[in-house]
Design a protein around this ligand. Structure first.
Ligand SMILES: Cc1cc2nc3c(=O)[nH]c(=O)nc-3n(C[C@H](O)[C@H](O)[C@H](O)COP(=O)(O)OP(=O)(O)OC[C@H]3O[C@@H](n4cnc5c(N)ncnc54)[C@H](O)[C@@H]3O)c2cc1C
Length: 507
């Protein structure tokens, strides 16, 4: 029997790569260092509460449908994705509240209350982001990493219309005037771990998938998506070993030959897909002599995307003013991003995201209580803030700010769990705890993401949020598909297996 393809890490990108490879008839083995699959998609339970301490907003439903279809299955037979309404409730420092709704007329009525003339502007913005998706999607999202040559194939009319040489904030300003709406639309840059004042307008595509495509929640909790992918992978014959950390990648003659597990056991591999952070792989898993020193230095020294500070709170009492997803905006958005990306400190007056899944899932909190998942954008780990000593101080700051905003839960917290950028780094191997690897700030960032095919070692590929096309659950799912496609094309695997499987299932 030939050696398997080894996947390092069972995050969503790793599971997606494993599923695509197994569906194409390959033998696949996954090694995951944690006790469960999912990576950053996690859930924690204690005292009758359940929290999802990772992704909460799921977009691009079609990406998950396509993944299951590639294996001849139907998404809905494994996990139920239901729409969330409102998408998010936004609270502003001046007391204004805006519900972004799936129903456009409801959203427009609220925008009109803020600024009558922004109704047209918002509709123009929705048309613009839909066009942006049509033009850039095939290039930056759904295909292999783009090259300069690909960019020059974009018809000049489209290239001009999509405006990618401006920052995201500037392109938003062109469409709407209300500072409230500008802040709301600017926030989509954070879905890529970036600043609206520095990321390219190309990241407005995130607004398209949420505002034009909708937000989904998995019945039972978003972690059900990880469970569904694990189930599908196992059904396809993928071996998944949890609690098995990979210590080293064995390379011979410039070719990846296998892995060494913690404890010293070796496993041969035909090819390797690393779902772990690209920089961590370069710095810790690859032998130094096979790595280009310049590339390693570039990866290690690159600016990072942001990280996150999470509080999972079991709160007594019900807060009917809060929806499933809630955002409390800061009064100074520019300062927030300056603190994160330039000063390297957590924001003094942060924008706070509060998710209460118990709104949709009563089992997630005991009667009369709520499960709050509180998330604040934070800088990647660096010398300016010590989370070992600063976590509790920052927790107090976030809770005091919520109290100032009218939600003082300090006396009613029954259970509590803190997750800092340091914990995120330890749990998932994220280099400096950055959620999406190297930065997406800068107009050329999308062209600079590490490639899915390792340029230094043949037979080594990357899938996940630190490579192409980027972070977020749907994007890493696509990343797994891209990595699998590259393995298949480099190794010339026979795809008849998947065709046979599909026709067998149809029969
Ligand atoms: C707090 C938070 C909120 C988020 N909110 C959203 C959201 O609302 N919507 C959204 O779409 N996305 C969100 N994201 C981002 C999303 O969760 C990630 O982009 C995505 O889950 C990352 O998947 P991945 O495939 O890159 O793998 P990761 O989740 O990074 O997993 C990598 C896996 O590799 C394993 N690994 C690493 N090194 C080794 C090794 N040496 N040996 C074995 N295993 C190893 C790790 O343990 C881990 O399980 C959020 C993330 C966080 C942290």
């Amino acid at each position: 029997m030939s050696d398997p393809i080894v996947v390092i890490g069972a995050g969503i990108g790793g599971l997606s790569a494993a599923i695509h490879l197994a569906a194409a008839g390959c033998r696949v083995t996954v090694y995951e260092k944690n006790g469960a699959v999912g990576g950053k998609m996690r859930h924690v339970a204690a005292g009758g509460f359940e929290w999802l301490t990772g992704p909460s907003v799921i977009t691009m439903r079609h990406v998950f449908e396509d993944l299951f279809a590639a294996a001849g299955r139907r998404l809905e037979d494994y996990v139920t994705l239901v729409p969330v309404e409102p998408l998010t409730r936004y609270f502003y420092p001046n007391g204004a509240v805006l519900d972004l709704s799936r129903e456009i007329d409801r959203t427009l009525a609220q925008i009109a209350a803020l600024s009558e003339r922004d109704v047209e502007g918002y509709l123009g913005y929705l048309a613009y982001v839909a066009r942006l998706h049509r033009v850039t999607g095939p290039l930056f999202v759904y295909a292999d990493p783009p090259t300069w040559r690909d960019l020059f194939r974009v018809p000049p009319r489209d290239a001009l219309a999509v405006d990618v040489w401006r920052t995201l904030d500037r392109s938003v300003r062109k469409h709407v005037r209300s500072p409230h709406l500008r802040q709301l639309l600017g926030r989509f840059a954070t879905y890529a771990g970036a600043s609206p004042y520095e990321a390219s307008a190309a990241f407005n595509v995130v607004a398209h998938v949420e505002l034009n495509g909708g937000v989904w929640y998995a019945t039972g909790g978003v972690y059900e998506i990880a469970r569904a992918l694990e189930k599908l992978a196992r059904e396809l014959g993928v071996e998944i070993h949890t609690g098995r950390a990979v210590e080293r990648i064995a390379v011979e003659g410039g070719q990846a030959r296998g892995i060494v597990l913690e404890g010293g056991e070796r496993r041969a591999a035909q090819a390797i897909v690393a779902n772990a952070d690209v920089t961590t792989v370069y710095e810790q898993l690859l032998p130094r002599e096979v790595v280009s020193p310049r590339r390693l230095a570039r990866l290690v020294n690159a600016e990072r995307s942001c990280s996150g500070f999470v509080l999972a709170l079991g709160v007594e009492g019900i807060h009917p003013e809060l929806a499933h997803h809630n955002i409390f905006f800061t009064s100074d958005y520019r300062r927030e991003f300056d603190e994160i990306f330039h000063q390297g400190v957590p924001p003094g007056e942060p924008t706070i995201y509060v998710v209460i899944t118990a709104r949709s899932e009563p089992d997630h909190a005991p009667e009369g209580c709520e499960n709050w998942f509180v998330l604040v954008n934070a800088p990647a780990l660096g010398p300016r803030y010590d989370w070992e000593t600063g976590a509790v101080t920052y927790r107090d700051l976030v809770l005091a700010r919520l109290a100032d905003l009218g939600f003082d839960v300090r006396g009613s917290i029954r259970m509590e769990h803190i997750l800092t950028p340091l914990n995120i780094a330890r749990l998932t191997g994220a280099y400096r705890g950055a959620l999406y690897g190297t930065t997406n700030n800068g107009l050329l960032a999308a062209l600079r993401r590490p490639h899915n095919r390792c340029p230094d070692v043949r037979g080594l590929y990357f899938a996940g949020c630190t490579t192409h096309p980027g972070g977020g659950v749907p994007m890493v799912t696509l990343s797994g598909r891209t990595a699998a496609r590259m393995v298949n094309s480099d190794f010339g695997f026979d795809h008849s297996a998947i065709r046979n499987l599909q026709s067998a299932i149809r029969r």
